[in-house]
Design a protein around this ligand. Structure first.
Ligand SMILES: *Cc1c(COP(=O)(O)O)cnc(C)c1O
Length: 713
């Protein structure tokens, strides 16, 4: 483990609160709190990667002393600190009358990844951001939730393109002292370390904490000197490919996570599993109740009633399956402690249609959780079909998997300048009430030119940032000229800009637009109404087909025939994601339906006035209303689906998107386009907010489960 001594902060007493503020991610979704750090030293703020903890440690003491004597700074400081403390102490709210945390009750949320901020590289993609947004919104709504996840010390893979366009990954080890995390200490002041039940040889796990407003996120860290070298690496990075290590990882998360909560004195909780990776926690909870004297049936019944499972993907490879032989080898006689013989234990993870495949984590979670859901209406239907065989007596529409459509955390994803514009036209309370469609009624009143100029400024900012990255590659690494061009050096803010940023999983079809190169070329290089594309995204390190798609795209981008109007920007992550959803003109999504369970990046874009162009899949089936973007139909059929889908994409661009964008008034404002922008914001702002989503989880799952749970205590 990294043992660099902590550098203690030397803050002037008048600004002592900055330390607490810096250590709680609450600052990251409150622009005035961010301003408090930025105002100290803009350059240092930028260089720290917007990590206040890191910045404060490096700042010369004179800067802090000057701030402590600046009345204007102090006014902002006092305002922010009052709001921060008021929220952390939770005086304002308690949504749905949940009991307060000090009454020993919580929802325990388990997820293998969390996307919270660029300084915490604990995510791979959408699942992580969904989890991060869930925590932030639970904090805003004062829902008593504790979260469990992994510390991945080698979590971050920086994406670099080789000169032939192939993706390489560079490790960037996490500096635990620079990240906004703290050790969880016991009464003697030592870091809490637990032992993972069942795993042999013994695996010890240290516990760290991230504060997300009121919500504690506990991170499990196996990188301890007392573990053998293999065990130290169990949690070194996300989703290790090798099955045996993957199993050990999931045992740490599920069994170790439950043990960690016990060690922290958290004993009464509902469990919410974000995807099946942590499903062993259900078993450990049953074992605990049996050990405390319940019959196995009672114990299972109680855990079933108090557990919630959210499934996130219709892609079969997204559901972990372990060979039964491996499960038996690792779990030994554990089943007996649950009152189950060998057959019955393995049956918990069997998929009725493919029992020979092994132990399926989603099947386990579905069997042991009474409340389960998919993440869009369409994904709910797909999941009911996919898992019908678990309920052979029920017609498919009665399979007990409902849906709660994902949403995005509005204060995190709305661009701050746009937020100020909305403050002016929607009234000062819009953000506090943003899940009420009425709060957005004032959108119509924003003058078209004003919204357009705000958007154009954000587009310019995005393109400037991309060109600066290309310059750095040219300057520092001697990258080949064509790779610098492909990095976006020739992007032009006046041109209709289409963004596509997501993981390079093959079902997302990043290269669909390349299907007919001549057609594409004529769209890109049209002299009066050109189009440009900005792509970003990483392929999983083990996904060679995904890397090949990426390479094909990059090598097309560097072909002079496309005029520098296709850019591929390296190293997609939270920061680039923010720039892109704020600054492109259109958000493109062309998955192979019905593989996209939801797709939240389009919601982030729409919230910022960036309409979506997408096949009808995931959230778009319920989000598209005819005025807020473009929907491409898709029929399931055999043969070459891509060809027809690509034609539809070109036709929609040529017939609808391009003419609308270039139809401007005398001042150069595309007024009909701006109507589409407003429609996009209106249709996404309230219905696809994390607030709407978390309220649904609370009303439909947490509250009723809590009620049953407390009656039977
Ligand atoms: C929102 C987000 C995602 C998820 O996007 P999808 O639309 O589900 O593909 C992935 N990565 C980042 C950085 C995001 O912000």
């Amino acid at each position: 483990m990294n043992q660099t001594p902590t550098i203690f902060l030397q803050l002037p007493p008048r600004l002592a609160g900055l330390e607490d503020l810096a250590e709680n991610l609450w600052w990251s979704w409150h622009p005035r709190a961010r301003m408090l750090f930025k105002l100290l030293d803009r350059m240092a703020w930028k260089q720290s990667g917007h990590n206040p903890d890191c910045m404060l440690r490096e700042l010369p003491v004179e800067i802090l002393t000057a701030a402590a004597a600046n009345p204007e700074y102090l006014r902002l400081y006092d305002e922010v600190m009052t709001q921060f403390q008021g929220h952390i102490e939770g005086q304002q709210c308690a949504y749905l009358g949940f009991p307060r945390r000090d009454r020993d009750f919580a929802v325990a949320y388990f997820s293998a990844e969390y996307g919270l901020h660029r300084s915490l590289p604990f995510y791979a993609g959408g699942l992580g951001f969904l989890a991060g947004d869930h925590l932030k919104e639970c904090s805003d709504l004062c829902i008593p939730l504790v979260a469990v996840g992994f510390m991945y010390p080698e979590g971050y893979l920086r994406q670099r393109l080789r000169d032939d366009g192939w993706q390489e990954n560079q490790d960037e080890p996490l500096d635990r002292d620079a990240a906004p995390i703290s050790r969880v200490l016991d009464k003697e002041g030592n870091q809490v370390v637990i032992r993972v039940p069942v795993l042999e040889p013994a695996v010890h796990v240290a516990i760290w904490k991230v504060s997300v407003g009121q919500i504690p996120l506990y991170l499990l860290d196996t990188d301890l000197a007392q573990n053998d070298p293999d065990s130290r690496k169990i949690c070194s990075r996300l989703y290790i490919g090798d099955l045996e290590n993957r199993l050990r990882q999931e045992m740490v998360l599920g069994l170790g996570g439950a043990e960690a909560l016990r060690a922290l004195g958290i004993n009464h909780y509902l469990m919410h599993l974000n995807e099946g990776h942590a499903a062993f926690a259900l078993l450990e909870r049953v074992r605990e109740l049996v050990a405390a004297g319940a019959t196995p049936d009672e114990a299972r019944e109680r855990i079933h009633r108090s557990s919630i499972f959210t499934t996130h993907t219709p892609v079969p490879a997204g559901h972990d399956v372990f060979p039964n032989e491996m499960i038996e080898r690792f779990f030994g006689s554990y089943g007996e402690k649950l009152g189950l013989d060998r057959e019955a234990f393995l049956a918990l993870g069997a998929h009725p249609e493919h029992p020979g495949d092994g132990f399926n984590m989603s099947a386990l979670a579905l069997r042991l959780s009474a409340r389960t859901n998919g993440v869009s209406r369409r994904h709910g239907e797909v999941s009911r079909r996919m898992w019908q065989s678990l309920w052979p007596d029920l017609p498919v529409e009665d399979v007990p998997i409902t849906s709660i459509t994902n949403g995005v955390h509005v204060p995190t994803w709305i661009e701050p300048k746009l937020q100020l514009l909305l403050d002016r036209y929607l009234g000062p309370d819009w953000l506090a009430n943003h899940d009420d469609p009425a709060a957005w009624a004032g959108l119509d009143g924003i003058p078209d030119g004003e919204l357009w100029r705000a958007h154009y400024w954000l587009k310019t900012k995005l393109i400037d940032a991309i060109r600066e990255r290309a310059r750095q590659r040219w300057l520092n690494d001697g990258a080949s000229p064509s790779l610098v061009m492909a990095g976006g050096a020739l992007l032009d803010p006046a041109v209709l800009t289409i963004g596509f940023a997501r993981r390079f999983a093959t079902y997302k079809r990043a290269t669909l637009i390349l299907h007919d190169r001549d057609r594409l070329k004529s769209l890109l290089t049209d002299p009066s109404r050109p189009v440009q594309f900005i792509f970003a995204g990483k392929a999983h390190p083990a996904d060679d087909p995904g890397k090949r798609l990426l390479q094909e795209l990059v090598n097309t981008a560097r072909d002079p025939a496309f005029g520098g109007r296709i850019a591929f920007v390296e190293d997609y992550g939270e920061q680039l994601g923010q720039y892109m959803v704020h600054g492109v003109d259109v958000w493109l999504n062309n998955p192979l339906p019905p593989m996209e369970a939801c797709g939240t990046s389009g919601m982030k874009a729409a919230l910022n006035g960036v309409p979506q162009l997408s096949f009808l899949d995931g959230w778009w089936e319920e989000g598209f209303n005819g005025a807020n973007g473009w929907a491409l139909p898709h029929e399931e059929r055999d043969g070459d689906r891509d060809s027809l889908d690509a034609q539809r994409l070109y036709d929609t661009l040529a017939d609808a998107v391009i003419p609308l964008y270039y139809d401007t008034d005398d001042d150069g404002v595309p007024t009909r386009w701006v109507q589409t922008m407003k429609a996009a914001m209106l249709a996404a702002g309230a219905p696809f907010s994390a607030r709407r989503m978390v309220k649904e989880y609370a009303q439909e799952f947490y509250a009723p489960a809590l009620q049953e749970f407390s009656q039977k205590k």
